[in-house]
Write a protein that binds this ligand. Structure first.
Ligand SMILES: [Zn+2]
Length: 414
């Protein structure tokens, strides 16, 4: 970690890899400025923030320096290869592993608010000047000097054909034969909010995702789900932390792509959608006052209607409540219902900033999908079930569900 201390505005996040060993990511703080969060004065108590030492936080609004997450976002894609790992197939084949799927994923998850425009102005492999082995790229390794050198070489090689200032973020799609199999080591990584990055066409290459290998576990789902490492990595570019921990998906399960990006498709939690500016102020209820109140929830994957109730516990944390069903990006939901999780802005990326409460602990879960954390797959609460936190005087009951599938919850705060 000491290697990061001298670098000021930079966040490093390592890709998730279900069932495979993980490293706690290292990072330093980005600056401070708001994203496009929709809120009113009533949301004040729910605007949780983490301490300055938190490198990549769940706090709202998101720190300055990350890429915009609403409106038109232009993504530059460069496919790179090396003399010791020459591109397999065409560069556009590699591109087609991720597009249009990634663009569609963001359109669906954001209810159309993120218009993600991928471009590949260089149609062929960009051959790096040195062999892959010489760069010394390792999992989650400090990018300095290895990544700095690689990024500089990418910029130099692509610059005659690319105006970097035209783009909001950069995806480096490395030929899959460079480096180890993703089953052994996931090298995919993102540098977000990095303003000490090499400068290209007058702008720092501040938000860049690198995708290596193929997240293919042999279950035959790669063609359908292998692209999902990219929306995960781009999630970091937009300021989202990793939800998986050294124990894997045990904290947030398959309820967010920042937790698990292998296997069946999954969406983001409602908290992340609010943080990214994809929910209006009137879709998010801040339940901060004492008493009992009822709230309606519509399925998170469906556009329109109330999506999120947040109960702040203090200035840094609170409970989030949302309705998850099997639709949209949530294809692995095997027990629809009300998901309750704790968000702690003071817990750093990779350390479990989101913790899902399991309504059926030690049940083994309801899924048999590969690469889906099974135990938490049946975590959602169904009508008649109650979540209680006596210490904080909080009770959340799922009161009812109607024919459309909307749910009502009753929240009591003492
Ligand atoms: Zn990650």
């Amino acid at each position: 970690m000491a290697a990061f201390v001298s670098v000021s505005a930079l966040t490093l996040a390592v890709s998730t890899s279900a069932g495979i060993g993980r490293l706690p990511p290292g990072a330093t703080a980005a600056g401070a400025a708001p994203a496009s969060l929709s809120r009113s004065s009533a949301h004040g108590p729910c605007m949780i923030t983490g301490g300055a030492e938190v490198q990549m936080s769940e706090g709202v609004p998101t720190s300055h320096g990350y890429s915009r997450s609403t409106g038109t976002v232009r993504a530059l894609n460069l496919m790179v290869d090396f003399s010791d790992a020459p591109g397999e197939g065409t560069a556009l084949d590699r591109y087609a592993e991720f597009f249009p799927q990634t663009r569609n994923w963001f359109r669906t998850s954001s209810y159309g608010r993120l218009d993600y425009r991928p471009e590949a102005p260089v149609r062929d492999w960009l051959r790096m000047p040195k062999p892959f082995a010489e760069y010394g790229i390792e999992r989650g390794a400090p990018f300095d000097p290895a990544y700095r050198e690689l990024v500089e070489d990418i910029v130099t090689t692509a610059d005659p054909e690319v105006d970097f200032s035209d783009y909001d973020l950069l995806n480096i799609l490395v030929t899959p034969n460079a480096g180890p199999s993703a089953l052994d080591t996931v090298l995919s990584v993102t540098f977000a909010g990095n303003h000490e990055a090499p400068v290209a066409d007058g702008v720092p290459v501040a938000n860049a995702s690198f995708v290596y290998s193929r997240q293919d576990d042999g279950s035959g789902s790669y063609g359908r789900t292998g692209y999902r490492v990219l929306p995960h990595e781009n999630g970091h570019v937009f300021g989202l932390p990793d939800l998986y921990t050294q124990e894997g998906g045990g904290a947030a399960g398959h309820w967010d792509i920042m937790s698990e990006d292998w296997g069946a498709n999954n969406d983001l939690v409602g908290w992340h959608k609010w943080k990214l500016g994809w929910l209006d102020a009137n879709q998010v209820h801040c339940a901060s006052t004492p008493g009992t109140k009822e709230y309606d929830l519509t399925p998170l994957a469906r556009p329109g209607g109330p999506k999120l109730v947040f109960l702040p516990l203090d200035a840094r944390s609170g409970y989030a409540v949302e309705l998850r069903t099997r639709e949209g990006n949530d294809e692995a939901v095997c027990r629809p219902g009300v998901l309750i999780y704790k968000v702690d802005a003071d817990v750093d990326t990779g350390m479990g900033p989101v913790k899902v409460y399991d309504s059926r602990r030690d049940s083994g879960g309801c899924t048999r999908s590969p690469n889906v954390h099974a135990e938490l797959s049946d975590a959602a609460f169904t009508p008649g079930e109650t979540f209680e936190d006596p210490r904080n005087g909080v009770t959340i009951t799922v009161a009812s569900a109607d024919l459309k599938g909307d749910h009502a919850i009753r929240v009591t705060r003492h």
